[in-house]
Design a protein around this ligand. Structure first.
Ligand code: TYD
Ligand code: MG
Length: 468
């Protein structure tokens, strides 16, 4: 057998390369290579000879009870998890440093412990004193959970093996845990993968739920949690801007629930507080009667969320115009601008375009197209949109406004928050006629983006010259 050489593993995606490279060919990230000793060989062909047991195959029909749940007592977190933590499952909580991962997990751990379950919190990042300080700030000092500062995997595993009835174990963070049998430094892919595998195996064997905290950083020193996503049952990302008080917890993978479900929190002086009505929060700072603003009636997971889309146009100072987007896809913005030019006769090409989703939410839905277009046209014509109106609908390349899912839920949320009008795609009656809109909401069904633009032109008294 050939002598095994060290290899270079991308810390972002886990791809192994024989030579060092500045850029990983597999994922395209720069400066993510770290040298690692070869991974220990698996069972290989020997497994065939060793004679495994016969696996039992069963039919699809059968009685399987839904998984039991450990409610965390934080409704927003429970919803994202699909109803609470599942015993013997592994959850990865990722997010930028300082976003609030330790805070929410300490809060959740305290609630689970308060319900009489055994909870262990292993902090590898902070000393016991620091965690205690945070607990004091959160008013959790009386919590019966058990806290330890440890980073050596052997110690953690040995301790967990002596636990009889642990229900929840939090490892904060997986990048600080290390196995001395491996040459690689803590936080490298090899370490993170090996330690996580061992901890998850233990959780499955012992029946406790394990939560692993993982940092998302661009630097190569910490392994991107992406390598862990395959190993865990659920991956939650904590998003938000540290400059904003809002935090969004988003499920990107969930074997026991829906993905793309979000939980909304507000970071306060005494920890994270659930936001039961995110629409009201996201719209709280909206100022009526300004041009370049439109309210989008969106859906996040199963929940309708209204957010303000803001657009600003300014004459470009030569060169190629700027396109600056926060909270939305910049490719999608370019497409919309092209459609507005080619299909609706607007010339925006000479303007710098800034687009912002207020409140720090990231929107991935194509349904936001119509709201973004409304904000852009409003900015271009310097005419405010109707402050009582919401917008939703996907825009196609020929300028047609296309149907989007869950129109009724969007309309209901808009009516609930006191909106009086909605601009939306033409409603196609499926098996009869479209359901009546909620009381008090006037619908403006729009088949083509040009109709939206024409609406502004009618109102417009002083259209702004492009490039002027
Ligand atoms: P933390 O949970 O330590 O983040 P992470 O574990 O994701 O790195 O949160 C750190 C930030 O949150 C820090 O900037 C202080 C702030 N914070 C509050 O605003 N209020 C609080 O009650 C707590 C505990 C932290
Ligand atoms: Mg932390």
């Amino acid at each position: 057998m050939a002598k095994e050489k060290t290899r270079f593993v991308c810390q972002a995606c886990g791809a192994a390369h024989p030579k060092w490279q500045g850029r990983c060919e597999a994922c395209g990230e720069w400066n993510t290579m770290a040298e690692e000793a070869p991974a220990p060989r698996g069972p290989g062909p020997a497994a065939k000879a060793a004679g495994g047991r016969r696996v039992e195959f069963v039919g699809l029909k059968g009685e399987s009870a839904p998984p039991a749940r450990i409610p965390t007592g934080i409704a927003e977190l429970d919803r994202v998890l699909g109803g609470g933590l599942v015993p013997a499952s592994a959850v990865l909580v990722g997010g930028d440093p300082g976003i609030g991962k330790s805070t929410i997990l300490l809060q959740a751990a305290a609630r689970v412990a308060a319900a009489g379950r055994r909870v262990l919190y292993v902090s590898g990042e902070e000393a016991v004193e620091q965690v205690r300080l945070r607990a004091a700030r959160l008013g959790l000092t009386e919590s019966p959970m058990a806290l330890a500062a440890a980073t050596a995997l052997r110690d953690i595993v040995a301790s967990l093996e002596q636990e009889r009835d642990a229900a929840l174990v939090v490892i904060d963070s997986i990048q600080t845990v290390w196995l001395d049998a491996l040459d690689s430094a803590p936080g490298t892919v090899a370490q993170v993968r090996a330690c996580a595998a061992e901890l998850i195996r233990l959780a499955k064997a012992r029946g406790f739920a394990i939560v692993l905290v993982g940092h998302v950083t661009k630097e190569g020193t910490l392994a991107g949690p992406r390598v862990l996503e395959h190993m865990v049952d659920a991956t939650l990302y904590f998003e938000g801007d540290r400059g904003h008080q809002f935090r969004i917890l988003r499920a990107v993978k969930n074997r026991f629930g829906a993905t793309d479900e979000i939980g909304v929190f507000e970071m306060t002086g005494t920890g994270l507080v659930e936001v039961a009505n995110p629409s009201a929060l996201f719209l709280a700072e909206r100022r009526g009667n300004v041009s370049g603003s439109a309210v989008f009636a969106g859906i996040e997971g199963t929940r309708p969320v209204l957010v303000e889309v803001q657009a600003l146009l300014s004459p470009s100072s030569g060169g190629s115009p700027r396109r600056q987007v926060v909270g939305w896809d910049s490719g999608r913005l370019s497409m919309l601008l092209a459609v507005l030019e080619a299909r609706c006769g607007m010339s925006l090409g000479q303007n710098d375009v800034y687009l912002n989703i207020a409140g720090g939410l990231r929107i991935a839905e194509p349904a936001a197209d119509l709201a973004v277009a409304a904000a852009l046209v409003s900015a271009a014509t310097d005419r405010p949109t109707d402050s009582g109106a919401v917008y939703f609908g996907e825009v196609g390349l020929s300028g047609e406004v296309r149907q989007v899912a869950q129109a009724e839920a969007r309309l209901r949320e808009a009516a609930k928050l006191g909106f009086t009008a909605a601009t939306l795609p033409r409603r196609v009656a499926r098996g009869g006629k479209a359901p009546a809109p909620p009381a008090g909401l006037a619908l403006a069904e729009t088949g083509h983006l040009a109709d939206l633009v024409a609406g502004f032109a009618e109102k417009s008294v002083r259209p702004r010259r492009a490039g002027g």
